[in-house]
Design a protein around this ligand. Structure first.
Ligand code: FAD
Ligand code: FES
Length: 261
């Protein structure tokens, strides 16, 4: 059910990125890593974002109940979000969708994210730490100042490797080299990824070669967010058969091996 949450803060953290912290009810604060909310964005002057906008949970806290989002300002909806001030209210609908799952047997997972995808992966590092699973996070962005959630990953005890376009370290070849080194050190029981089709393909190849499981959080334009309108359907390759699934309802987290670019 939608609920009205109150803005605690909504501050810029890098060019185009903002960190929104809301006071909310217990249901919203029960969100799991990889789940998302449909946010009813305020209307910026002269624009009308008609539909709710999907946003992954970046962090949650119980007692007092809080939910956090890290978002990139890209269009009318997120420009509306950027206008929120402390004390304002916002209608949030969620938590929605199927999030990440962690296997207690794993000792070390590798998380690979790019751009706004880093926001989706950050709470996974906290959930892994709670299960004593080590995390190596390979975070990719255009520039070092856009590696927006490094601090949060490190707070949760993750080893962070930043790769950027500006330093020519974010290409698939270099990321593959880093991943192969982690696999050789027996430091990769599972892959988790979001935000880059190129990096997804690298992980799919290595996952297949070394028999490593993986999960991917997909971003797809959405309307209803609850499985009714079928506007978020994507194809998946399930043992050679092409299957259509709704990203909002069946995901947004899927088996890495089945995802198609
Ligand atoms: C499950 C899920 C979780 C997400 N989590 C986050 C998050 O944590 N942080 C964050 O910054 N963004 C996240 N996104 C993307 C976010 O929903 C879009 O950036 C937002 O809806 C854009 O709305 P807008 O009105 O500002 O821009 P629009 O004017 O609607 O679009 C601006 C540009 O962004 C593209 N776009 C719009 N919607 C999406 C989308 N759903 N996925 C990819 N590209 C899109 C458009 O094609 C266009 O080029 C998530 C998307 C999904 C589906
Ligand atoms: S957004 Fe309506 S079915 Fe997914």
């Amino acid at each position: 059910m939608p609920e009205i949450a109150t803005v605690i803060s909504n501050r810029p953290i890098a060019s185009d990125y903002r960190h929104l912290i809301l006071s909310c009810g217990a249901l919203a604060a029960s969100a799991r890593p990889g789940q998302f909310f449909q946010l009813l964005c305020p209307q910026p002057v002269g624009e009308k974002p008609f539909l709710r906008r999907p946003m992954s949970v970046y962090a949650v806290q119980a007692d007092p109940c809080r939910i956090e989002f890290l978002y990139k300002v890209t269009g009318a909806g997120t420009r509306g979000l950027a206008t929120l001030q402390s004390g304002d209210t916002i209608d949030v609908f969620g938590p929605l969708g199927v999030g990440f799952t962690l296997d207690r047997q794993w000792r070390h997972i590798v998380v690979v994210g790019r751009g706004a995808g880093l926001a989706t992966l950050a709470p996974l590092a906290r959930a892994a730490a709670e299960l004593n699973i080590r995390v190596t996070a390979i975070l990719s962005a255009r520039r070092p100042d856009l590696l927006v959630s490094v601090d949060l990953f490190q707070t949760y005890g993750a080893d962070v490797i930043g790769v950027t376009d500006a330093e020519a370290t974010s290409g698939p070849a270099n990321v593959e080299k880093v991943l192969r080194a982690l696999i050789a050190q027996d430091s990769c029981d599972a892959f988790f990824t979001c935000g880059s089709a190129r990096l997804m393909r690298v992980q799919q190849r290595l996952a297949h070669e070394f028999g490593i499981p993986g999960q991917i959080a997909l971003e797809q334009q959405m309307a209803c967010g609850i499985g009714l309108c079928y506007c978020c359907v994507r194809d998946f390759n399930v043992d050679g058969e092409i299957i259509s699934r709704r990203v909002c309802w069946d995901g947004p987290v899927f088996d890495l091996a089945e995802a198609m670019p």
